[in-house]
Design a binder for this molecule. Sequence first.
Ligand code: MN
Length: 256
Amino acid sequence: MTRILLTNDDGIHSEGIKQLAGELELIGDVEVTVVAPDREQSACSHALTLHRPLRIRKLAERWHAVDGTPTDCVNLAVLWMLRDEPPDLIVSGINFGLNLGDDVTYSGTVSATFEGSLLGIPSLAFSQEVGEGFSYQPGASFARRMVEEMLDNGGVEHGLLLNVNFPVGDFRGVHFTRLGRRVYKQSITQKTDPRGRKYFWIAGTPEWEREEGNDHHAIASSYVSITPLHLDLTDYPRLRDIGPLGDRFANLVDHG
Ligand code: MN
């Protein structure tokens, strides 16, 4: 029996999580437990709720809503609700909208898998491009076949953390990618409210570095993008060669 914990950041009532749950339940010898936010929590990043109580509401057998973030859901599920039989795999999504490149640091969908990874559980994040011909179905079905493939081949790899994005329309294939770089243009708008006070709106048209091998390029070419992630943010090349600032910083300690 493989236990899968399913969560998301669009909320437990979103279509993406329902379709993904439906597909994952088709896999033989699998038990899917859904623990997801009770409302939309997109762009909440890796937020953890520490300053107010959290409540769990059971909506159906193995369907639980939490009044918190995706990270809260993963913690409550793994460390409390499923503590006697912890999940073998954490799945997040399918998100309404892509989670590519630099945006993964804002993403609640991906952060749920970061939390899974921190808890030592292999984790997969799924996001769907929105556009003409939008449907969750091809992605949900692909996600199910991915999990089946892993289970058929010796189980889920320890430490696995994958960020998967689906293009709209037919999939031309699969590309294994690195995270792309985003360039936002005119991302802050300033206006004046009816009381004469200024307010600001963070919005803009994202533009992506067009570079072969990154996740954005794969999606733009109608390929499923799979990016293996890890949580070690260390800049290893710079650590190896810290440059002239290394000596200068080292000398800042006052030994007197
Ligand atoms: Mn979302």
